[in-house]
Write a new protein. Structure first.
Length: 329
């Protein structure tokens, strides 16, 4: 059932993507904001209460609905799987920004591309040269593909195998959304945030993302230049502040042969490369703080799209084989 649920959800999302501003996203913002206002009184243990209510409760309820529906009909259970995956998994939840930026660059309108990147990632892109602009688009797109597709895919398959349907997909997406929400409130809105809550939600998401990040990097290596991807993984992952992100980006850079990372001015993307924290070079064999490879060009955008889609096909084939083996067995 997992294979067909993911397949139908991806097809449905391609045919009828969610609009950029949709009620689901607004409802999530309202839900996470309400949990913070209602259960966070600034104490360290309140951070656990907020995370549990904001993340675990929706996943638990989703699993309960799935079990209740499956008791009556396997077809309806498949419908529930597809519906939840449609809301949690897919490229079209972020690809409109990628497509609009790529189109702007093809028209030679770098100003529009910078504005779109700033709107998407809430960062100051006004001074980025073209090469740095392309690098940021590639890096953020790869991370978005991982978080909207591969991470959700992994947790859906694992938890579904345990019999709880799409609860894993909801758990991962809510954990990612909550970590991003509180980081955004602290950084971009400069709103008062319980530091324990901000750190806890990021730590728990990193734990949930530990295995999916490495599987995503492995998939990039298999469908790309395997040797260079593995070398980049081992050598360059430390260029980025967050280990899970570094592994994905370093492996993708090696798989395609593009230069990622770098020494952009501090404040441009403070939550990415270590070089962005204080403007100093990262501790790496590469003096420039970047991965080896060619400087980012427009053609690399299409190369990254192809890399991601080949990786999707790879994991879909593996799940299909596991499903077939389970049926035969």
């Amino acid at each position: 059932m997992s294979f067909f649920a993911v397949l139908f959800a991806l097809l449905l999302e391609q045919l009828k993507p969610l609009p950029r501003d949709n009620r689901i996203h607004d409802a999530l913002q309202g839900w996470v904001g309400w949990t913070g206002r209602s259960f966070d009184a600034g104490k360290p243990h309140h951070a656990w209460v907020v995370w549990t209510i904001a993340v675990v409760v929706p996943a638990f309820l989703t699993g309960g609905v799935f079990l209740a529906v499956r008791h009556y009909s396997l077809v309806l259970a498949l419908v529930v799987n597809v519906a939840v995956l449609y809301l949690t998994l897919g490229f079209r939840q972020f690809s409109h920004y990628f497509t609009d930026i790529r189109d702007a660059l093809e028209r030679g309108d770098e100003s529009a591309a910078r504005n779109l990147l700033a709107e998407w990632r809430h960062l100051d892109a006004s001074e980025l040269p073209r090469t740095e602009l392309l690098r940021h688009v590639i890096e953020h797109s790869l991370l978005a593909a991982h978080r909207h597709v591969f991470g959700v895919f992994f947790w859906f398959v694992v938890v579904s195998a345990l019999g709880f349907g799409p609860a894993g997909a909801v758990l991962y997406r809510m954990a990612e959304f909550v970590s991003r929400y509180w980081a955004y409130r602290h950084r971009a809105l400069d709103a008062p945030v319980n530091e324990r809550l901000r750190d806890l939600v990021q730590h728990l998401f990193n734990l949930l993302d530990h295995v999916p990040a490495r599987l995503t990097a492995f998939g990039f290596a298999v469908v790309g230049n395997f040797e260079e991807a593995v070398n980049g993984w081992r050598r360059d992952a430390g260029l980025w502040k967050h280990p899970n992100e570094g592994i994905i980006l370093a492996a993708a850079a090696g798989a395609v042969g593009v230069q990622l990372g770098g020494s952009a001015p501090p404040g441009v993307t403070p939550d990415r490369s270590k070089t962005f924290v204080d403007g100093t070079e990262a501790d790496s064999a590469n003096a420039e703080g970047s991965t080896p490879g060619l400087p980012p060009q427009s053609g690399h955008l299409q190369s990254m799209v192809a890399l991601v889609w080949r990786s999707v096909v790879l994991w879909m084939l593996l799940v299909a084989l596991l499903t077939l083996a389970n049926v035969i067995g």
